[in-house]
Design a protein around this ligand. Structure first.
Ligand SMILES: Nc1ncnc2c1ncn2[C@@H]1O[C@H](COP(=O)(O)OP(=O)(O)OP(=O)(O)O)[C@@H](O)[C@H]1O
Ligand SMILES: [Mg+2]
Length: 437
């Protein structure tokens, strides 16, 4: 790549950064007025998007989400204000160079129909002058990364792919040159719910590995809550009504606009956000099939609880034994007669959400469901009380955080209002961001 940029460029920052990791994005009093319109499409927006986080823009149609996003990669120039990417003024970067370091994924993938999957993905690497072998290896690596078999898919044309597959290729293309920033504008909007959910899961998995800074636009509240490390709820002109974590928005919505947006069911939505591994599990008395029934009865009387769980030699749940079944029984526990209701058919994993746990509890014969870890290893049990307790704790924690924020004089848009750190590089263009509309 020719090294002609006079000031430090994003390219240099990226290579210093080891390529992959996300960098912060700061928008400082950014406005956009389209010619002929009396209202600003984006009106004095100030916010910080932290490095390595997924920030979701959630807001009604026409509120300025796409405009905001396209100002970050300079497909649209702001009328006023400044945008810093990794501390560097976006205006000091050449637009096409800037865009090589900002992946962009849009609805319906926006793939070039006359180019193969491989050629679509290879676009930016080609512009960067990579050699053929490196490009080919990168294309295959990316296809694997997004869950498509390279041998099967690299030479196909977009029309030979399903919508979900095209979207995966879109993500692969955006990641091609390992940019620190990804902009995703309703990328999964046109997909059926199942494909959509699996792509959301993929994105979260990828993000765990890659730690990009991702700006993600959606209209879907559940998608926002699931994906966003933080969510910006926007009103007309990209005005920030609340900028907070999903938990905070659900437990402490900043006014009726946010409430309207997220709809009811906020406790149900909290259930979806919380993993079983995040809550304190209860424990049943453990037994082996070879344990003596009379011994087990004594242990249950001592340790409390009227149900014991029988595990196999690899700590995997086999069945329940009730205190009543042990009454007057002797011999090995494994030889006690047991009914249908004693068999353990359903277990849940620590990765399950509390919503899935409740679903399992409502369908189970027992009032408790075992939780298993790796290799179906028993780790504890969940009951409805466990779930209730966990939700109460989340609400209490959020109330405490809120009191602390209020005491510190911060508002619902506190994250947005945080003073942006000083730019690393002075604005190389020398312009001062005056309204040039
Ligand atoms: N090129 C343009 N010229 C004039 N006005 C525009 C242009 N692009 C967008 N607008 C207007 O700017 C406002 C914000 O548009 P934008 O596309 O950013 O909204 P959005 O939040 O992305 O909406 P949606 O959810 O429907 O995609 C709208 O009122 C739109 O009509
Ligand atoms: Mg839009």
């Amino acid at each position: 790549m020719p090294e002609t940029t006079p000031s430090p460029s994003l390219a240099e920052l990226v290579s210093e950064n080891g390529g992959a990791r996300g960098v912060p994005i700061e928008l400082i009093s950014v406005s956009k007025r389209y010619g002929g319109s009396p209202d600003a499409a984006v009106d004095d927006l100030t916010m910080t998007i932290p490095a390595g986080e997924i920030v979701v823009f959630l807001g009604p149609s026409g509120c300025g989400k796409t405009t905001t996003m396209r100002m970050i990669n300079r497909l649209i120039e702001p009328t006023s204000g400044r945008i810093l990417i990794g501390g560097l003024d976006a205006r000091a970067q050449k637009p096409d160079e800037l865009r090589r370091h900002i992946g962009y994924v849009i609805q319906q993938a926006g793939l070039f129909p006359h180019m193969t999957v491989a050629a679509n993905i290879a676009q930016v690497p080609q512009m960067l002058g990579w050699d053929r072998q490196r490009i080919r290896a990168r294309v295959d690596e990316l296809l694997e990364l997004v869950g498509l078999d390279p041998v099967q898919y690299r030479d196909r044309y977009p029309r030979q792919l399903s919508g979900g597959q095209q979207q995966r290729v879109g993500v692969a293309r955006a990641l091609a040159a390992d940019p620190p920033v990804l902009l995703m504008d309703e990328p999964f909007g046109a997909l059926d719910p199942i494909t959509r959910e699996s792509l959301q899961d993929e994105l979260l998995r990828l993000q765990e590995e890659l730690s990009k800074t991702i700006v993600f636009v959606t209209h879907d509240v559940d998608e926002a809550l699931k994906l966003g490390d933080r969510i910006a709820i926007l009103d007309k002109g990209s005005r920030i009504v609340q900028y907070a974590t999903a938990e905070e928005i659900l437990t402490n919505p900043a006014g009726s606009y946010v409430e309207q947006f997220i709809g009811g069911e906020s406790s149900m939505r909290l259930l979806k956000l919380t993993r079983v591994s995040d809550v304190a599990l209860e424990q049943a008395v453990r037994a082996r099939a070879t344990d003596d029934a009379a011994d087990l009865r004594r242990r249950m009387a001592e340790e409390g609880g009227d149900c014991a769980i029988v595990l196999d030699e690899r700590q995997r749940p086999l069945r329940w034994v009730s205190a009543a079944a042990l009454e007057g029984a002797s011999g090995p526990v494994g030889e006690l007669p047991g009914g249908e209701e004693d068999r353990i058919d359903t277990v849940i994993s620590g990765r399950s959400t509390l919503q899935e746990a409740v679903e399992a509890l409502l369908n189970a014969e027992q009032e408790l469901v075992p939780v298993v870890g790796k290799r179906r290893h028993y780790t504890g049990v969940v009951t409805l009380a466990t779930v209730q307790q966990a939700i109460a704790e989340i609400k209490e924690r959020e109330r405490r955080l809120r009191r602390e924020r209020v005491a510190a004089g911060q508002s619902a848009v506190s994250v947005a209002a945080e003073p942006a750190p000083a730019a690393v590089v002075p604005d190389a263009t020398g312009r001062d961001g005056g309204d040039t509309a």
